[in-house]
Design a protein around this ligand. Structure first.
Ligand code: SF4
Length: 356
């Protein structure tokens, strides 16, 4: 059964009569973060009872929160079937104050949210991949990650946050629920997070990138590219055998991009594998014609791999080369390094502690 969080306002207005009640419910759940119909005081009792039966509201609980010294917080959600997924709050910029202590600029947050329990893509460097695929999250289960994080961190309803679909799962593999969630999150009477503030981070299902582009929702795109040749990329992301690098680049070239934004390409730098200037040059050529930004990520060795972390020096040289070719490039800082930095790690820890 679909929960109350699975509906756009218009859809709810078609189902709940009189229809103005839908706006009141939206206000309770997305502005006041009320999670019990009994607390919705302006909704008549008989309607509240019918809502309880037809539109479940109690769909998840948070069973663990980890906080890092840099402001990162990781939340582990448990759903009604006992399955778990995680969301991460990143403090991108702390608040700024003037000499009198008045706040001149508010904090800036990014939420990384999950779209699936587990994942089918099977990236060799990913803990989530190890557990295999369990199930898709519903649109409502995606939406509640965001409403919970906003509420838990007292983020004012008018303050914008950025959303990145890059927690557990491949968002484009859960296409219909993802699109519904994007639209619900953007509803002006709801969480009101504009689509241009929502980024789909994908391992590169090119056919779905094209499909997403055709919808022209105004969302941003981030591609986990990680390598410039198909051999290495297929080792890192086995799905590359089905959707190779060129097919991804072709799909991105067709994607409608907000003129103020760029397509982000994540590149995992591995010592003596893809950290040389020849690879950097290949990357420049591959991305020519795309308004791109490259994010270089240090490879962190995992159990069973022979790959090694690159040196800081080779990372900087790689970055300098891209910059010299006018390709925007940053080296990613590891946020939340003292908690469970990579996707899937909080869940993994809980499983080791005996939770599901
Ligand atoms: S890195 Fe992302 S796409 Fe790859 S297996 Fe992990 S969750 Fe899936």
């Amino acid at each position: 059964m679909r929960s109350i969080y699975d509906y756009r306002l218009k859809e709810l207005q078609d189902k709940v009569k009189p229809s103005f009640r839908a706006k009141q419910i939206y206000n309770w759940i997305y502005k006041k973060y009320i999670t019990s119909y009994d607390d919705m005081k302006n909704i008549p009792k008989d309607l509240r009872e019918s809502l309880k039966t037809n539109f479940p509201i109690d769909i998840c609980k948070v069973i663990k929160i980890e906080k890092s010294s840099d402001g990162t917080k990781k939340y582990l959600f448990e759903y009604k079937d006992g399955k778990t997924a995680e969301a991460v709050l990143l403090l991108m910029k702390d608040k700024q104050k003037d000499e009198k202590g008045n706040i001149t600029k508010s904090e800036q947050y990014t939420f990384c949210v999950s779209s699936q329990v587990g994942c089918k893509v099977g990236c060799s460097f990913c803990l989530t991949a190890k557990g295999g695929f369990v199930r898709d999250l519903t649109a409502g289960e995606i939406v509640t990650q965001i409403s919970y994080l906003k509420n838990d961190n007292d983020i004012d309803e008018n303050r914008s946050v950025n959303i990145v679909y890059m927690g557990m799962g491949e968002p484009l593999d859960n296409f219909e629920n993802l699109i519904q969630a994007i639209n619900i999150i953007a509803q002006p009477d709801g969480l009101s997070i504009a689509t241009r503030r929502q980024t789909i981070s994908t391992s590169g299902i090119s056919s779905k990138i094209e499909k997403l582009g055709e919808l022209d929702l105004g969302v941003q795109l981030a591609i986990s590219l990680h390598a410039v040749d198909d051999g290495l990329r297929s080792e890192l992301i086995p799905m590359n055998k089905a959707y190779n690098i060129q097919s991804i680049i072709d799909a991105v070239k067709k994607f409608p991009i907000d003129t103020r934004k760029k397509v982000m390409f994540e590149y995992l730098v591995i010592k003596d594998k893809n950290d040389d200037i020849k690879s950097a040059d290949k990357l420049v050529k591959l991305l020519s014609g795309i308004d791109a930004k490259v994010n270089l990520i240090f490879f962190n060795p995992f159990e069973g791999t022979t790959y090694e972390r690159p040196s800081k020096n080779s990372m900087v040289k790689f970055q300098d080369y891209l910059l010299s070719k006018k390709l925007m490039c940053t080296i990613r800082e590891s946020k939340g390094i003292d908690i469970s930095a990579a996707c899937g790690q909080l869940k993994e820890k809980e499983q080791n502690n005996g939770n599901s």
